[in-house]
Design a protein around this ligand. Structure first.
Ligand code: NAP
Length: 527
């Protein structure tokens, strides 16, 4: 498939009016022959104005119409799977199997939201009928539903070029909610972004939806990213990226004359607690599975295990030895961009005063390669240097050796928010686990046992988020069906004539959906 290098506004592929850039293969440093063009501020304004107008129509789409659109995007992505895999691997240096799997996940995500819409009850309608005879005052008829917010700006991440990018979870959930989407692409995968955007456009055309409900703009975060977040007609932002970038844009979002919600999925170090009996029984096994998890995507997972915490002793020494033996056998891998690789090396160099457990085989700087780097520190020193909690984006982890179980709890209590927190525990460890869990409950988005958080299931029971800085909106999730709720708000209809109500609130309940009616769950009509 040919790539134009253009931006997409209102169904038109346009040359961006600002600067040009090339894509880069991080493994070779080769630049793409194709030139890509960045949008300018006037094009940002145009995309948002058109999206805002399209919202008038799109906000009235039925769940069935939106489900059809999402399924159509899935189908179009499937058609161009080979081209996406070819571009995706070239632009990211991620292996073909990974890009293929991530595309399936992206398609699965779109289908998951289509299914949610088809089920029809996602707005969790609540109906409380009038009580005209209530004393001292009559109670009005109250009916609660959810309505879409308006145009949403989505920032793609570099490390998930499909699942957290142009048609990723933020786009899928915003479209499912009935919100137009303007994507600010990531410069690390512009051709892949264009392919995905072309699939979305085809689906929009097939479904006859307003073309301006989707736009894709290349450009710098600091200029057009900021302009998008500032635009008065943008009503929410979905962001996946670093804490620094996310925080800068969050500050813009909340300091506008009309502040808007900013759903930033940011950085996380994902502490792993190995409790004593588990360490005793499984030190070597845990060391092996920990390194497998750390090496996924060359450590460029937001859920990568960046800290291992255990109590010192002979079992801890076995863990240490197993890590030290295995680390040098691990090959270096190309990172997503030369910049990310440089940043990784700088952050690892800053830790050179720590004990080095082991390093992977030598990296080739020209190929943006990173080697695994495992560091260790005593908990007492860690507690005096809490900056070490910060994410090192790449295949590095810090092993923290505690003097006692009490000190392990102290380390846990010193931490900020993280996406995941893992606990390795045998039954004999349950006493300490019951003390650890309430501490993690205040700091973690997903607590998991006897495993690592690198895999994030697509599930209605999933939470991918957590207290700041892992997310800028800890009360929400960016993965799973509840992600849709980020882009809606409650609307209460009071004493509204039945014929004028949205379908999910009408007495007849034609969709037969589950509703909370006068405090009872019911899928029946109201007589
Ligand atoms: P990034 O460097 O923060 O870039 C993300 C986006 O933010 C880019 O579009 C970038 O624009 C923009 N940006 C960066 N700094 C900005 C600023 N000061 N002002 C305005 N815009 C700015 O992050 P990344 O390299 O894409 O992703 C890696 C990071 O994402 C890691 O920290 C990783 O842990 C995190 N992540 C988190 C999750 C999660 O779910 N929590 C998932 C995946 C990744 P430019 O292109 O112009 O720089």
């Amino acid at each position: 498939m040919s790539i134009t290098g253009n931006i997409l506004i209102n169904g038109q592929w346009l040359s961006g009016a600002a600067s040009n850039f090339s894509a880069v293969n991080p493994a070779t440093g080769t630049k793409s022959l194709q030139i890509f063009s960045n949008a300018d501020i006037a094009q940002v304004d145009n995309a948002v104005e058109l999206a805002s107008t399209a919202f008038d129509t799109f906000s009235q789409y039925s769940d069935t119409q939106k489900a059809t659109l999402l399924r159509s995007i899935s189908a179009e992505l499937e058609i161009i799977r080979p081209a996406i895999i070819e571009q995706g691997t070239w632009e990211t240096a991620l292996p073909e199997m990974r890009i293929d799997g991530e595309l399936s996940r992206t398609i699965g995500q779109l289908s998951m939201f289509a299914q949610l819409l088809e089920k029809g009850d996602w707005k969790r309608p609540v109906i409380e009928q009038a009580q005209p005879n209530r004393k001292p005052l009559p109670k009005p008829d109250l009916r609660l539903t959810q309505v879409p917010l308006g145009p949403v700006v989505v920032f793609s991440a570099s490390n998930f070029p499909l699942a957290f990018s142009v048609a990723g979870g933020d786009t899928a959930s915003a479209l499912a909610a009935g919100c137009p989407v303007i994507v600010k692409t990531h410069s690390a995968h512009p051709a892949t972004s264009e392919l995905i955007a072309s699939a979305i456009l085809k689906a929009i055309e097939t479904c006859g939806a307003p073309k301006a409900i989707f736009a894709m703009l290349h450009g710098s975060g600091r200029t057009i990213g900021t302009a998008l977040v500032r635009h008065p007609k943008v009503k929410a932002v979905g962001f996946t990226g670093s804490i620094t970038g996310g925080r800068a844009l969050y500050d813009v979002a909340v300091s506008r004359p009309e502040p808007i919600p900013f759903f930033g999925e940011l950085g996380s170090t994902n502490p792993v607690y190995i409790l004593p009996q588990s360490l005793e029984e499984k030190a070597e096994q845990i060391a092996g599975s920990f390194l497998d998890s750390l090496m996924m995507g060359v450590g460029q997972f937001c859920t990568s295990p960046g800290m291992l915490i255990a109590v010192k002793g002979s079992a801890f020494d076995r863990l240490f030895t197993a890590l030290a033996e295995k680390a040098p056998t691990l090959g270096a891998g190309s990172m997503l961009t030369a910049g990310i690789c440089d940043n990784y090396n700088v952050l690892c160099a800053k830790r050179s005063n720590l004990t080095i457990i082991g390093r992977g085989s030598a990296a080739d700087n020209a190929a943006s390669q990173a080697q695994v780097s495992l560091f260790s520190i005593d908990a007492t020193d860690y507690l005096a240097n809490l900056d070490l909690e910060e994410e090192v984006f790449g295949p590095s982890s810090l092993v923290i050796g505690c003097e006692s179980q009490a000190q392990m709890l102290e380390v846990a209590a010193s931490m900020k928010g993280h996406l995941t927190g893992a606990i390795f525990a045998q039954e004999k460890d349950h006493n300490i686990a019951t003390k650890l869990l309430p501490i993690l409950q205040q700091r973690i988005g997903r607590v998991l046992f006897d495993g690592f958080g690198t895999g994030v299931e697509l599930s209605s029971a999933m939470s991918h988020g957590g207290p700041y800085p892992s997310s800028s909106a800890s009360q929400t999730t960016s993965v799973g069906t509840r992600a849709i709720e980020r882009f809606t708000r409650p609307l209460c209809y009071q004493n509204t004539p039945d014929a004028l109500l949205p379908i999910e609130l009408q007495n007849a309940n034609p969709g037969g959906i589950m509703r909370l009616v006068n405090n009872q769950w019911s899928d029946k009509s109201i007589i």
